[in-house]
Design a protein around this ligand. Structure first.
Ligand code: NAD
Length: 912
């Protein structure tokens, strides 16, 4: 039996959203919108048909004995050399043996199916037993042309032979015609296309059926004996019509992959066939037809061996590994279709010495290093002396292929000065797990995602194009594998080194755990505790604070005790002074000290009310005020308030405690505004934990599950530098965390603004007044006042259905702009944004950003940094996220005058 014995595929990672071509060029070529669905694959700047062919072939041959291959046929219409064997390069990169036939099949889209027929015939003849046939194409089209939309880049590989056949070859039929639907003169960059209708009617529609019918006659079969029909044709309607004409029902026809990658030229019959083989079941009968100056039709039947093939990337895996971009100029630059200034460094000579390339071909093209036959140490490059210092044997090296060896990143850098088509140039040291290392260029990655320790795969890529001499140079590059960076040890992930924290009431319960966890992560901690009774009575004791300080020291942390009561301003000041004296600064305050004096209101004597207020509400003020003053000097601070479900939602018998705890929420709501420009964040936590305070309130079985340790991670996160949140309330207990917020309903206008509504009017409108449907959260009192003012503004009401319903208007956006401003992102930023908004809701506003503060005013500024011009409707859509900024810009809905680069800061500086 002869047939296909293995397959592999490769579609480059990059995809271009076709709509982005239209958005850039639709003004010029509006008709291209008809094929602007989905995305097309495209090569990274360092890929071409040779590099893709190497990858598809490696996928096909992975884990196999390469010495059985006795021919390699490479099929492509876009080989980088008109006279240098592409198959010869691929064969060397794959480290195939030297005594094989390596031949290029080219100059027609059907060169791949013709090579496949040739290979199968050769195996059938018995002269050869295993032939690797790889097809790869990277075709160019002029900008804004239909073909730019239709084309994609890709490669696929088939191994044919007479052992372990997965799809038995049953026969083929070929027709050859000098039918010139398109051609590319040998000195031309782009294809010349003849009129589409003629190509469809006289070409595809006649020649494919001619070959298929010839095959059916030869094998005495019909479409009934075909389960899967593979034939590329980028005219969608024609694809359907040809299948129908030949009697193939739609479920038999393999999708032409327009939406997911586009037509990959000579590779496409293989790409579609591999995608069919990936889904094939034993017994499936597959018909393949490849069109181009004639047509080859081949017929296969899938065998039981298909069940045993090892997993591979294939076409399915390639399609899953993708990065879609909207950046059409980047696509053009990567394909060298636009000229850009590359700088003087790009002029460095790139001539390749053919002598060196020949002598070092194994190393440069095949990534072959050496291994010491005495001690087994691999090394790259291969040298006369073994690099193992314990061995250093002379002339003991044997060839050792590195391309498939597991490797990881030892170090790396992003270099903005080096010449690169896709800066920054990323490169670094690659360490092979079994020994050997070298400095490699990285590709198919973004600097921000690269990590030391991350695993890499190696791929054969283009290093440079020497345009002067028409030469492309290749070597192997490292591709960091997403998701393989080693996790940092737990305690190293979020650290508080160099941070000084005060935790009040840290002698027991929740505070003790906060203090310990902070110290474990490097913070220097002031452990404050009065050491009093649960109701705050008694003289207090130094023991609880001392004990926690001892615990911290025992684990190697740094801490000092403070026994002051937070209930007085002097006590609060003393707590802060302790931090400054011991550690020189203060970064974090966790206001946690607390007592309980539960009574129903009639029994709530003023002393009980006051004691609870003094510790919780005033206590937080007493510590926070001096702390805030210190933090403001440092322009950094993280403050935590401790509220309670009793305050947020109510709890019988705790009026004093509830009032104090809810008072803290009001305190935070305002302090967050005052802290904003000083980079001081204030958040409030409502814990639930088993402590002295809850031991007789919560049921015993629940107390078991309520360890304070479950609350601490959230409180520590809110105390960390990484957390930029401010002014929020979070519930935390048992490892469950959720946000609580004050929400405001949309409300209703009762009356006409002049006549004072009477009680009946309120009664009649009660449902609308009372509803919380479409409720909103406001970040300050002015913003909350906005809907009330807008509700009486007829312009807003009429045009938008009414601000009273809480919808965003242009004016409301500018009212909210100062709240949306992120002072922490504005270090060193000094500029003025002018907004010119057209339409009924439009007007002029400008935002001045100066010294970490944003001021918004109506009207035009005399010298803005950037001016943003938009229609009112689009502006609201942009702010609410309905309209993407890039899309708005490329479609002309958003226009920028002045400094374009600085205008991009808007996204960073404001968050709605
Ligand atoms: P806890 O009694 O175990 O700890 C409170 C600590 O505060 C005690 O060690 C106490 O000595 C100290 N303290 C009291 N008054 C002080 C003062 N004037 N100055 C300095 N220290 C003082 O109680 P806990 O449950 O760990 O409570 C911590 C915080 O969490 C409190 O604010 C409490 O209201 C709040 N809270 C706790 C729960 C819960 O389920 N445990 C629920 C909601 C809110």
């Amino acid at each position: 039996m002869i047939g296909i014995t293995s397959f592999g595929g490769y579609i480059p990672r990059l995809r271009l959203n076709r709509m982005s071509i239209f958005q850039s060029m639709g003004w010029f070529a509006p008709a291209i919108v008809m094929v602007a669905q989905g995305e097309r694959s495209f090569c990274n700047w360092d890929e071409d048909s040779l590099t893709m062919a190497v990858e598809a072939s490696r996928d096909c041959l992975k884990g196999m004995d390469k010495s059985i291959i006795d021919a390699h046929y490479l099929c492509s219409t876009t080989l980088p050399f008109a006279d240098r064997s592409g198959a010869g390069v691929v064969k060397t990169a794959l480290n195939l043996k030297d005594d094989i036939v390596a031949a290029d099949f080219t100059t027609s889209l059907k060169c791949s199916t013709s090579a496949l027929v040739t290979a199968l015939d050769a195996v059938k003849g018995g002269n050869k037993h295993s032939i690797l046939v790889t097809a790869s194409d990277k075709r160019e089209a002029q900008a804004a042309y239909f073909y730019e939309m239709w084309f994609g880049d890709g490669a696929a590989s088939l191994l044919v032979g007479d052992r372990d056949v997965i799809a038995e070859f049953k026969g083929s039929y070929s027709v050859s015609h000098d039918f010139v639907d398109h051609y590319r003169g040998s000195w031309k960059e782009y294809d010349y296309m003849w009129e589409e209708r003629w190509v469809r009617d006289e070409g595809y529609s006649k020649i494919i059926p001619e070959a298929v019918s010839g095959l059916f006659d030869r094998l005495s079969i019909s479409m009934d004996e075909v389960d899967t029909f593979v034939f590329p044709c980028f005219f969608k309607a024609e694809h359907r019509k040809i299948a129908k004409k030949l009697g193939a029902t739609p479920e038999k026809v393999v999708d032409n992959m327009h939406e997911v990658c586009g037509e990959t030229g000579a590779a496409h019959p293989f790409v579609m066939l591999v995608s069919a083989l990936e889904k094939a079941q034993p017994g499936d009968r597959i018909l393949v037809a490849g069109f181009g100056q004639g047509c080859d039709a081949l017929y296969f039947q899938v065998t039981d061996n298909i069940k045993n093939i090892r997993p591979r990337r294939g076409i399915k895996g390639s399609l899953e590994n993708k990065k879609t971009i909207d950046n059409y100029p980047k696509f053009l630059k990567f394909r060298d279709l636009i000229k850009t200034e590359m700088g003087i460094r790009a002029e460095a000579p790139t001539q390749t010495a053919m002598t060196v390339l020949w002598r070092k071909r194994k190393m440069l093209t095949g990534l072959i290093g050496g291994r010491c036959t005495k001690c087994g140490t691999p090394q790259f490059p291969r040298m006369d002396i073994c690099v193992n210092p314990e061995c250093n044997a002379l002339n003991t090296q044997e060839d050792y292929p590195f391309a498939d060896e597991p490797a990881f990143i030892k170090s790396f850098t992003g270099d903005l000065l080096a010449v690169s088509i896709d800066p920054p140039a990323i490169y670094g040291m690659i360490q092979f797990e079994n020994g050997g290392r070298f400095m490699a260029d990285f590709t198919d990655c973004e600097l921000g995602d690269v990590r030391v320790g991350q695993k890499v795969t190696l791929q054969f890529r283009r290093r440079f194009v020497d345009k002067e001499r028409g030469f492309s140079g290749y070597f192997w590059k490292a591709i960091p594998i997403p998701g393989t960076a080693p996790e940092k040890p737990r305690e190293e992930r979020l650290r508080f080194d160099d941070k000084v924290a005060v935790v009040t009431g840290a002698g027991a319960g929740l505070g003790r755990v906060y203090a310990l966890e902070l110290a474990k992560r490097g913070a220097k901690v002031v452990v404050n505790d009065l050491g009093g009774a649960r109701d705050g009575s008694g003289d207090g004791s130094t023991a609880p604070a001392d004990q926690v300080v001892e615990e911290i020291k025992a684990i190697g942390g740094e801490a000092v005790a403070s026994y002051d009561s937070v209930a007085t301003p002097e006590g609060g000041q003393a707590v802060v002074d302790t931090a400054i004296k011991a550690f020189g600064k203060l970064d974090i305050v966790i206001n946690n000290a607390g007592i309980l004096r539960d009574k129903t209101l009639p029994k709530m004597a003023p002393a009980n009310w006051d004691a609870v207020m003094d510790v919780h509400l005033k206590g937080t003020y007493n510590v926070t005020r001096p702390a805030f003053i210190k933090m403001r000097e440092n322009r950094y601070g993280r403050i935590i308030f401790t509220t309670s479900a009793a305050g947020l939602y109510g709890n019988f018998g705790q009026t004093n405690y509830s009032a104090a705890k809810m008072g803290l929420v009001g305190f935070m709501n305002t302090l967050k505004l005052e802290g904003e420009k000083h980079n001081i964040k204030i958040n409030t936590v409502a814990p639930v934990a088993a402590t002295r305070l809850t031991e007789d309130i919560l049921p015993p079985d629940l107390l078991q599950k309520l360890k304070p340790e479950f609350v601490a991670p959230l409180v520590l996160y809110l105390s960390s530098e990484q957390c930029n949140e401010t002014g929020i309330i979070l519930n935390a207990g048992m490892g469950y965390f959720n946000r609580a917020a004050i929400m405001t309903g949309p409300g209703a206008v009762v009356g006409d603004e002049i006549k004072i509504p009477d009680l009946d009017d309120i009664h009649k409108n009660w449902e609308a007044i009372n509803t919380l449907e479409n409720a909103e959260e406001f970040t300050n009192a002015t913003a909350a006042f906005g809907p009330m003012l807008d509700a009486f503004n007829p312009k807003k009401k009429d045009s938008s259905g009414g601000a009273a319903q809480g919808q965003l208007t242009v004016k409301a956006i500018f009212d909210k702009l100062p709240d949306a401003f992120r002072a922490d992102k504005a270090a060193g930023v000094e500029l003025i944004f002018q907004f010119a908004i057209s339409g009924p809701e439009g007007g002029s506003w400008h935002a001045s950003i100066h010294d970490g503060v944003c001021e918004v005013s109506e009207g035009t500024h005399e010298s803005p940094t950037s001016t943003i011009k938009m229609a009112d409707v689009d502006f609201v859509k942009l702010i609410t996220g309905e309209l993407n900024a890039m899309t708005a810009f490329t479609s002309g809905k958003l226009m920028v005058e002045g400094d374009l680069m600085k205008s991009q800061l808007i996204q960073k500086l404001f968050r709605f």
